[in-house]
Write a protein that binds this ligand. Structure first.
Ligand SMILES: [Zn+2]
Length: 85
């Protein structure tokens, strides 16, 4: 027997109770499973966000960095043709 807090009235009820003895809410222990589901959804969302951020970082690293490098190197390329002809 373990007690959980009723999701409706915060009264301590048994996990096997079908209804809260105080407020009569059905499945008072349901909050636990909902919390676990929320935690699982949070983990899944975190993984999705981390992969999105990882993909974005990879994209930035492979797309923007060469552009920035070209942009930085470009003035030197602009200067060298001036001296060559
Ligand atoms: Zn209750």
């Amino acid at each position: 027997m373990s007690l959980v807090t009723c999701r409706a009235c915060d009264h301590q009820v048994d996990t096997s109770a079908l209804a809260c003895p105080k407020c009569g809410a059905t499945d008072p222990a349901k909050k636990i499973s909902r919390q676990r589901r929320d935690a699982r959804n949070f983990i899944i969302q975190t993984i999705i966000w981390l992969s999105l951020i990882g993909c974005a970082g990879w994209y930035v690293w492979n797309t923007l960095i060469p552009v920035v490098k070209q942009y930085i190197v470009k003035p030197q390329n602009d200067q060298s043709p001036v001296g060559r002809p």
